[in-house]
Design a protein around this ligand. Structure first.
Ligand code: TXE
Length: 499
């Protein structure tokens, strides 16, 4: 066993009987880190150490990139349909182990098992199936002109570096791996060091189905070592990154000097706009779900709730009741609605925002601290009750910065214009939702919100064919459907002159 690699903010490990060492996957083989150093992985619900992952360095990344480069000619020479068959094989194998995916995801992230089953495990399979099917139906464009025909040919970009976060670990990794592979790229994946378990399972599955060695590689470790080596590597041609805006800026800087193709899916501070004519019975559960799903740790979460003045008091009363009816606790209990936050460090960040809100004159209407009745076995976990804060200016830091936890702020508005002014007053522009019984008004308000995606009378209702991505500090580029196929390829025009 190597030396432990403890970074800032990590608590000392609490030993349990069986701690698994997860490994890198390079050139079709599982490897320990060349440094022989490891990072501890803790259960967010209990604080117990559950695994160790390689604390990899430049040597491991370089080996993975070389393997991906070597595998590229053969992989990229396959047809779309042949690669789609590989995706289906991965989807089938993943589906067979979907309960294991859900259990590991819940253990590693602290999220409720029901959410892990219905969202994380299910969507990871869907991502592979969707892109397999989508590419089979994909017909590249041709453009006729006088005397010639233009054919658009989609060529692989090369070696793809895929960097993913901890909130939806396999869901987001598979969202990148599937289109990258199907368009003929080879992959070096770098999962979040906080939630490596399902990524390891994917590597195992890919190995089991016999994907040619080097087509898919995975290197674990810290962002500043593994991530930054990938983004600056001269032999990596494309980076797809999902994570925080601050890290996204570093990724953009680091990858720019080698002119990599770049997609950045970053943070959000999304407005939920509730009009006076909204149907309360449907809107309240929808708004609560948008605010708190996955403990509020989704970049699309509606963490600023703007409520039309005339219904403010009644709506807020019912919002609090609905929030307090959620069951928080044991992530493995199928009845649980809310689990633990991903890390002690993240809990401290989120709690810091609640203190800031109070200093800024906000009132905590519910939540604000550890929930009551958490069983003894979870005493060292990262718990926070769903929190609603009222009375803050829409310009306060808590109302404008991404908290990324179970914390929402409430703000009244008296006109559509005021709602839009508040909604658009952040640096972010990822998503939003509008709740009204007047669909024309819903559409009008939706078009006025400066974001990449808006839902009307729903939230996180996803069709995988549509563009996904943000504007302003929420990111650059779009993925999803044909936008993914186009990002993970170079479109080349071949103009053939007629006789
Ligand atoms: O994410 P990071 P963190 C937001 C959320 C959260 C904040 C910070 O507000 O509080 O980001 O979270 C890798 N070069 N989101 O610090 O650092 C890292 O190892 C290359 C929103 O956990 O962005 C991990 O694999 N890579 C978000 C990945 O980047 C680097 C989801 C994401 O980690 C790197 C998560 C570097 N220099 C957090 N440094 C969303 N958009 O959904 C780190 N990484």
């Amino acid at each position: 066993m190597g030396e432990e690699c403890c970074g800032p903010g990590e608590s000392p490990p609490i030993d349990i009987e069986e701690v698994h060492d997860l490994l890198n996957y390079i050139a079709g083989e599982f490897h320990p880190p060349s440094s022989e150093r490891w990072i501890d992985d803790f259960s967010p619900a209990t604080g117990i150490r559950i695994a160790r992952i390689p604390c990899s360095d430049q040597q491991d990344v370089d080996a993975a990139v070389s393997a991906a480069r070597a595998a590229l000619p053969e992989w990229s020479a396959l047809t779309h349909a042949q690669r789609a068959d590989w995706l289906d094989k991965i989807a089938d194998a993943l589906e067979e182990r979907s309960e294991e995916v859900a259990q590991l995801e819940s253990l590693d992230t602290g999220k409720p098992i029901t959410l892990a089953r219905t969202v994380d495990a299910a969507r990871s399979v869907d991502n592979f199936r969707f892109f397999a099917e989508y590419v089979r139906e994909f017909v590249p464009e041709t453009f006729e002109m006088q005397g010639a025909t233009n054919h658009v040919v989609y060529k692989p970009v090369g070696v793809a570096g895929l960097i993913t976060p901890w909130n939806l670990p396999l869901y987001l990794l598979s969202w990148k791996v599937a289109p990258a592979l199907v368009m003929g790229n080879t992959v070096v994946a770098k999962p979040s060091e906080l939630t490596p378990m399902t990524a390891c399972l994917l590597a195992e599955i890919i190995d089991d189905v016999g994907l040619p060695a080097g087509v898919f590689n995975m290197v674990h470790g810290r962002g500043e070592n593994v991530g930054s080596r990938l983004t600056s590597h001269s032999d990596v041609d494309l980076i797809s990154f999902t994570g925080g805006t601050e890290t996204g800026a570093k990724v953009a800087t680091s990858s720019s000097s080698t002119f990599k193709k770049l997609s950045l899916e970053l943070g959000g501070k999304n407005a939920t706009i509730v009009c006076a004519d909204a149907d309360f019975d449907k809107t309240i559960p929808g708004v609560v779900r948008a605010g708190f799903l996955n403990q509020g740790q989704i970049c699309l979460c509606g963490s600023r709730i703007l409520i039309e003045e005339s219904i403010y008091d009644e709506f807020v009363g019912r919002l609090i009741d609905e929030t307090n009816s959620m069951k928080i606790g044991d992530p493995s209990d199928p009845e649980t609605d809310l689990g633990a936050l991903v890390s002690a460090e993240h809990l401290a960040k989120v709690s810091g925002y609640i203190s800031l809100a109070e200093e800024d004159g906000g009132t905590v209407l519910t939540g604000g601290s550890q929930p009551e009745g958490i069983p003894e076995q979870f005493a060292s976990g990262n718990w926070l009750a769903p929190t609603i804060i009222d009375g803050l200016s829409p310009n306060s830091r808590c109302a404008k910065e991404e908290i990324f936890g179970p914390v929402v702020t409430l703000h009244p508005f008296s006109s559509e214009k005021e709602a839009l002014d508040i909604a658009n007053s952040t640096d972010y522009g990822l998503a939003g939702s509008v709740w009204t019984s007047d669909l024309d008004k819903g559409r009008r308000i939706a078009e006025g919100i400066e974001t990449g995606m808006v839902w009307v009378n729903t939230w996180l209702h996803r069709d995988l064919r549509v563009p996904f991505g943000g504007i302003k500090h929420s990111g650059v580029g779009r993925e999803g459907g044909r936008w993914s196929l186009s990002f993970y390829s170079h479109a080349v025009n071949i103009c053939i002159k007629h006789d």
